[in-house]
Design a protein around this ligand. Structure first.
Ligand code: BES
Ligand code: ZN
Ligand code: MN
Length: 510
């Protein structure tokens, strides 16, 4: 069941919902704006609770109080915004998430909230509304597909109302609420695909999920099997798939928002390793545990395409997903094997566990050479090295093109995702030298792994603007982080969707 998001014009004191949400900056002892109006209606109860130290305005604190018939809504949640001086939209997200979680805990079905940041916070009302809608949906996510009795824990929120009292700001709030809802739902779609157990998310089942979604949203989805992948000379994909009984799939999904006669404005490429056992060089017990999430890049790309379709992005977009299982078996590719990439280069497979770069190299080549994409961005749970560098809250960004890199960073900022650039210096190729082939798929040492993986993928883009998001850290959380529960996070989804949405007109491009 998904939460319906709506914007309404009116005063929060007049709304009838199971609970209303107002906010408070830290260190403020007499509330302002909507919070003041609610405080008045409650006979100064909020002011009193502030004086008693019960309500502090600290970030990630949400206090639930009962309105005892003094308001149309029976409950009021006061959520903390932190200090006013350093407020920003990430904190609006945290405040919205804390309120939504407090509401669900109390069994609330309909929640009405002010738009944190749109008033005294001084933020753009559309962006603030998008942040509140998105973070509420993202915080409330739960993966229930395989729970026999999903009713054990408090149920989902049915409706979220964003209440704006200023008619001059209302249309911006309504528009932002819609964008935030689409982005939040897309994030959760990626999480559903990523959480799905590997026996329910094989390459062919992932392809079917993309096709179902395509039918629902008007995306044109084509799926290719081993014979076609072979014929297209995508040996990097075949080399990874060979160890598995499950045949590989190449998923190509198109959103026609522009002129279908023209080259795609943007190709999104997603790593779709539906399970990464490491191949012949099988992973250890601990590191293999959540390798069903090695298709999180594919999930992000599919979900971003879904968002683009729902938002009617006025561009030609294409998604390319190599979907494979990386397993050990008698037919698996052996360490030391040499293959030829679609682009013509030979690779010595020094590690069968460095499989992502092989299938992504071919998928990027396909996007550039066959589809003629004008720009390519790939998302992949590519390296443990990136997790070492950034932990679980930042994705690495590597690119051959400054303006595209800047566009991805701007999209990430708007998305509330943490993305940070790393270099792609050509000198690093030295570390991939091979005696047998043009290069190896892993370095001579284990150092700079995130850069080496990206070099191999980016080489296939040649002169096409290309950027690579290594989401290995943020895609999956072993423990709760902020308002994100453990498990899949949907990392990259919103950044890719907003990148597509904010893509400049070709007339405007430098
Ligand atoms: N899918 C893994 C990367 C990964 C690691 C994702 C941890 C999420 C969490 C990738 O295919 C892999 O195995 N990479 C190796 C490459 C190495 C053999 C050069 C790695 O990073 O250890
Ligand atoms: Zn992998
Ligand atoms: Mn691997």
């Amino acid at each position: 069941m998904s939460t319906r998001v709506e914007a309404i014009l009116g005063s929060i004191t007049e709304v009838k919902a199971d609970a209303i949400v107002v906010n408070l900056f830290q260190g403020v002892d007499s509330p302002q704006g909507a919070t003041r109006a609610v405080d008045h209606a409650l006979g100064g109860l909020i002011t009193q609770l502030i004086a008693q130290g019960e309500i502090t305005g600290r970030l990630n604190t949400a206090t639930l109080i009962h309105s005892q018939d003094r308001l149309p809504s029976p409950r009021v949640i006061v959520t903390g915004l932190g200090p006013a001086e350093s407020f920003h939209l990430r904190r609006a997200r945290q405040a919205a998430a804390a309120a939504a979680l407090a509401a669900r805990k109390a069994g609330v079905k309909t929640l009405a909230t002010v738009v944190h940041g749109a008033g005294a916070g001084g933020q753009d009302p559309a962006q603030a509304a998008a942040a509140v809608a998105e973070a509420s949906l993202v915080a409330l996510y739960r993966y229930l597909e395989f729970k026999s009795r999903p009713d054990e824990s408090p149920g989902a929120l049915d409706g979220l109302l964003l209440v704006e009292s200023d008619p001059a700001r209302f249309s911006a709030v309504a528009e932002g609420a819609r964008l935030g809802a689409v982005l939040g739902e897309a994030t959760n779609l990626c999480r559903d695909l990523t959480m799905r157990p590997p026996n329910y998310c094989t390459p062919s089942l992932l392809a079917e999920a993309a096709q179902d979604l395509g039918r629902k949203l008007g995306l044109e989805v084509e799926v290719y099997g081993p014979a076609e992948i072979e014929a297209l000379k995508l040996e990097g994909i075949m080399a990874v798939a060979r160890g598995s009984q499950e045949p590989p799939r190449l998923i190509v999904a198109r959103h026609h928002g522009g002129n279908p006669e023209e080259r795609p404005d943007l190709a999104l490429v997603g790593k779709g390793v539906t399970f990464d056992a490491g191949g012949i060089m099988i992973k250890t017990t601990r590191s293999i545990e959540h390798m069903k999430s090695d298709m999180a890049g594919a999930g992000a790309v599919i979900a971003a395409m879904a968002a683009a379709a729902r938002l009617g992005v006025p561009r030609e977009l294409v998604a390319v997903i190599p979907a494979v299982e990386n397993l050990p078996s008698g037919s698996a590719t052996l360490p030391g094997a040499v293959i030829r990439l679609q682009g013509g280069q030979t690779v010595e497979i020094a590690s069968t566990d460095a499989e992502g770069r092989l299938c992504l190299a071919d998928a990027v080549a396909y996007a550039c050479r066959r589809l003629g994409a004008r720009a390519v961005v790939d998302a992949a749970t590519l390296t443990g090295s990136c997790v070492q560098a950034f932990g679980h809250y930042t994705s690495g960004l590597l690119s051959n093109h400054r303006p595209l890199e800047a566009a991805v960073l701007a999209a990430a900022e708007e998305a509330g995702e943490r993305v940070w650039p790393l270099p792609l210096f050509e000198e690093y190729w030295e570390l991939l030298r091979s005696d047998t082939a043009d290069f190896k798929n892993t370095g001579i040492t284990a150092k700079a792994g995130v850069i080496l993986g990206a070099l191999i993928i980016g080489q296939q883009a040649q002169n096409t603007p290309w950027a690579h998001l290594d989401i290995a850290g943020p895609a999956w959380l072993e423990e709760r982080f902020g308002y994100l529960p453990p498990g899949a996070t949907g990392a990259g989804t919103r950044t890719l969707a907003l990148l597509a949405l904010r893509l400049p007109d070709r007339g405007e491009q430098a």
